[in-house]
Design a protein around this ligand. Structure first.
Ligand SMILES: C[S@@+](CC[C@H](N)C(=O)[O-])C[C@H]1O[C@@H](n2cnc3c(N)ncnc32)[C@H](O)[C@@H]1O
Length: 206
């Protein structure tokens, strides 16, 4: 079952800001410093597309961005974003259904993998891995459980809420770091946000 955020598109950003303040934004913006000028970038699951504006602030020109988002409503909002002179190709589809035609310098997956069961994660990870150049960088942000009780409560509440509203398939966090280790990615830099609950890592493909 593919999750689809159509029903939440109109309130998603407001809700996430209410719960997390600017942490979800700061966690993703932190990783953008690792993007070199003129990069060819793949963004998967960009939601309402605010990250396009943050990218444009840092690199107002020269970026070639492919933006894949499964939700049509999220895509409509994303297409309205200011992208400066960057070239953006919008693809309204599941990332795993988009055949790779090019290899990217940078891959961005912000809060994408927490939607999936282990086997879906493995399938999508392998598909995306094949689209990143050797030496390319993968910027991943997602939740992690670092042992604090409230993280479990918050995570469970989110899974219940987004299963009801958006039909997400999982009710537990899949092991995301295991995939990066399996494919021998090297950590360039990492940082946690919101009391360790959010983990941003820049990886390098060896
Ligand atoms: C939790 S939201 C995060 C949105 C955004 N990255 C943010 O931080 O605001 C996950 C997004 O991934 C999209 N998504 C889920 N499964 C996908 C898939 N298989 N291919 C492409 N997009 C997907 C959803 O529609 C949703 O917009």
């Amino acid at each position: 079952m593919a999750s689809n955020y159509d029903n939440s598109a109109w309130f998603y950003d407001r809700l996430s800001r209410l719960v997390y303040g600017k942490a979800l934004i700061n966690a993703q913006v932190y990783l953008l410093q690792f993007i070199k000028p003129n990069s060819n970038i793949l963004i998967v699951g960009g939601g309402t597309g605010w990250i396009l504006e943050e990218l444009a602030k840092i690199h107002p020109t020269g970026l070639k961005i492919t933006y894949i988002e499964i939700s049509a409503n999220m895509m409509t909002l994303s297409k309205k974003r200011w992208v400066a002179d960057n070239q953006v190709t919008f693809i309204n589809s599941a990332a795993e259904d988009v055949a790779a035609t090019t290899r990217f310098d940078v891959l961005i997956t912000p809060f994408l993998f927490d939607n999936f069961k282990e086997e879906t994660l493995q399938k999508i990870f392998a598909h995306l891995h094949a689209q990143l150049k050797t030496g390319g960088i993968w910027l991943n942000t997602d939740f992690q459980l670092s042992g604090k009780w409230w993280q479990n409560v918050l995570l469970k509440s989110m899974f219940i809420f987004f299963r009801l509203i958006c039909g997400i398939e999982t009710s537990v966090l899949p092991d995301i770091e295991k995939e990066f280790n399996l494919y021998k990615y090297n950590v360039i830099a990492e940082k946690t946000f919101f009391g360790d609950f959010i983990l941003s890592i820049a990886y390098n493909k060896s």
